[in-house]
Design a protein around this ligand. Structure first.
Ligand SMILES: Nc1ncnc2c1ncn2[C@@H]1O[C@H](COP(=O)(O)OP(=O)(O)OP(=O)(O)O)[C@@H](O)[C@H]1O
Length: 294
């Protein structure tokens, strides 16, 4: 388990991290979400040891992270760091070799990973000749080729097309399934929502919410209800104690002042025989995000 304890970091007068603490559990895909300048990159750089913290600690399985531990980390920095003139396979193999892999195993693992990431046809191309999206895939291969035990990725999904997002999702899920704690930052709330087990939301250098996706949804659960029918749901407006928030044909989103008012809506819909679904409005990550960063 990777833990950040009470990290504080200033750049001059600017407080970039203010007592930041959170946990990335083993085997958990943890999405790190925050607006521009919220402090994500700063926190990730401190985890990787490329930036010193003013105070606080980073631990792995309860012990302070050492340089030796960090050799088992996989890191995708914000500023992408591949050699532009080097060929894709050659570069990926080179990085595996730097982590101590034997030549044959390094080549096999690099080729397999690049193939999986959709770069099988590009192995002999130079990095600079690749499209930005493909450079991004090569960067992901570079972070993963030594089968790291901990993954920290700064915006791994930026610039990827929807198919590539799916591919990278499955590669990261596999790394987590092997037991690695996986922390990645993203502005793509829909991707984070779909992929993550856990979420950490940061704004202005402070953690605003953290926990499992289910726990955050339950905590920030909506008090609104949704009814979908095959008929016209306009009658919901007339149910006493019900306030319709939005309505479109057979769909109605409403607030009910009492439980019995809500039950009355369901009972009426059932009696009309046209219910497709009825339930609490599903809170999206975008809604939770807006609520906690306010
Ligand atoms: N080297 C630096 N010198 C001065 N201020 C910095 C430096 N690096 C970051 N900052 C400031 O620290 C704050 C946090 O920046 P950071 O890059 O960690 O945010 P971020 O969440 O990664 O943002 P983004 O999503 O835009 O990449 C910002 O206000 C930023 O301007």
């Amino acid at each position: 388990m990777l833990e950040l304890h009470d990290l504080t970091k200033r750049y001059g007068d600017r407080l970039a991290l203010d007592s930041v603490s959170f946990t990335v559990g083993d085997g958990r895909l943890t999405g790190f979400v925050g607006g521009n300048g919220a402090g994500k990159t700063t926190a990730m750089r401190i985890v990787l040891g490329v930036l010193a913290t003013d105070s606080g600690t980073v631990t792995i399985d309860g012990a302070a992270v050492t340089a030796t531990d960090r050799r088992r980390f996989g890191y995708m920095p914000e500023e992408r760091g591949l050699y532009p003139k080097m060929r894709v396979l050659e570069q990926t193999v080179y990085l595996a070799r730097l982590h101590g892999w034997a030549p044959v195993a390094a080549r096999r693992n690099a080729a397999e990973l690049l193939e999986r990431l959709g770069l099988g046809e590009r192995l002999d191309d130079t990095v600079e000749s690749l499209s930005l999206g493909n450079q991004q895939r090569a960067q992901i291969a570079a972070a993963l080729v030594h089968r790291p035990e901990v993954l920290v990725l700064d915006e791994p999904f930026s610039g990827l097309d929807p198919m590539a997002v799916e591919t990278v999702q499955s590669v990261l899920s596999d790394a987590a399934a092997q037991g690695a704690p996986v922390l990645f930052s993203s502005h793509q709330l829909d991707v984070v929502e779909r992929l993550c087990d856990d979420l950490v939301i940061i704004a202005d250098g402070r953690i605003r919410a953290a926990g499992s996706r289910e726990a955050l949804r339950a905590e920030h659960g909506s008090e609104r209800w949704e009814l979908l029918t095959t008929g016209d749901a306009g009658w919901v407006r007339g149910v006493p104690g019900v306030d319709v928030v939005s309505f479109d044909g057979g769909w109605a989103l409403f607030e009910a002042s009492t439980e019995s008012a809500r039950h009355a809506v369901l009972a009426e819909a059932v009696s009309r025989g046209d219910v497709v679904s009825f339930g609490r409005e599903q809170t999206t990550l975008a809604q939770i995000f807006r609520e906690v960063v306010r």
